[in-house]
Design a protein around this ligand. Structure first.
Ligand code: PSU
Ligand code: MN
Length: 306
């Protein structure tokens, strides 16, 4: 009989939990569906070493053979990177199917939050969160990431939401669901490839200590749900907002024409953006994830000291 809801840890993560070391959860959809091989493999390993050098332990999360896992071996990460989109993208909805069939699953922000929460890991770093899609008023395409942020006590450090989404509506949705959006050393809501989106965050925070105190305040008050920490891409790697808008319009038009919808939208748009920016977006994507891993590790260290 399988024990449901149990997370299997790597030796490193297991000992970090036992000795109460700060841990940073990492997702696996970004590996299998977010970028091509071999850059995805290198990124996943580099992100882990960034977390380690900032004094925390990385826990890459995935479902392997139907089991919830926190902390993958190098060869498991390599398999997820190489198999890419052959690995099922798993959000909350897909979890029971993949678990029951004992399949492998690349976890999104939503399902990574679920597994991190089961594992007792409150800090999670990624690239970008899902959100309300443009034209959601007719497609109803709203990422399950937002509902997860409403109910699961995990802080997500990201570079905001990509402008393939409707960032204004995404912020409205998060407000309705009671999810604070903190700008890391900025008041501007970043839009993944760019440091600004034209929208503001709810509060600017200056340091990892300040974020940690807000997390403690939220959860110790008994307020359930996550917190979004929006950390803009380093200026040296940011792309031009107007150029990106044009690229995204083109990608969206092609997606509509091809009739691509649902869970395939995000991977399609990401691939298209990469193609249309001649690979420049890939370098930006990698750099922002590395930067988020570092900030998340600093937050995890500060959180465990308070
Ligand atoms: N945004 C990115 N890169 C990604 C994703 C989002 O810039 O790889 C992935 C994340 O795993 C996120 C998921 O949780 O896409 C959202 O997919 P959907 O919109 O189908 O919920
Ligand atoms: Mn969707």
């Amino acid at each position: 009989m399988m024990t449901y809801g149990k997370v299997l840890f790597s030796t490193e993560v297991d000992s970090a939990i036992k000795t109460k070391k700060p841990i940073v959860a990492l997702e696996s959809t970004i590996i299998s569906h977010g970028m091509p091989y071999p850059q995805n493999y290198e990124m996943a390993l580099d992100v882990e070493s960034k977390v380690r050098s900032a004094g925390a332990v990385p826990a890459t999360i995935a479902i392997i053979g139907g089991e919830l896992r926190a902390g993958l071996s190098t060869s498991e990460i390599e398999a997820f990177a190489k198999k890419g989109t052959q690995i099922t993208k798993v959000s909350r909805r897909d979890m029971p199917i993949v678990i029951a069939k004992k399949l492998d699953g690349a976890t999104t922000v939503a399902s990574t939050m679920i597994i991190a929460s089961l594992a007792g890991i409150p800090i999670f770093a990624t690239g970008g969160i899902g959100g309300v899609h443009r034209e959601a008023e007719t497609t109803m395409d709203i990422s399950a990431d937002l509902e997860e942020l409403a109910q699961t006590n995990v802080a997500v450090i990201s570079s905001g939401a990509k402008s393939i989404l409707d960032i204004g509506l995404t912020l409205e949705y998060l407000e309705t669901k009671g999810v604070p959006v903190l700008g890391y050393q900025t008041l501007d809501m970043p839009a993944f490839y760019t440091r600004e989106s034209g929208f503001k965050v709810d509060a600017r925070v200056e340091s990892a200590q300040e974020v940690a105190s807000i997390l403690h305040a939220k959860w110790k008050t008994g307020l359930k749900g996550g917190v979004v920490i929006a950390n803009p891409v380093p200026a040296a790697y940011s792309l031009d907002l107007k150029d990106m808008e044009c690229v995204i319009e083109n990608a969206l038009a092609e997606m509509k024409q091809k009739g691509i919808k649902g869970k395939d939208s995000t991977p399609f748009l990401l691939g298209k953006v990469k193609e249309l920016t001649a690979g420049k977006s890939l370098e930006t994507n990698i750099q922002l994830v590395l930067n988020n891993a570092r900030v998340a590790a600093e937050i995890a260290v500060a959180y465990s000291k308070q």
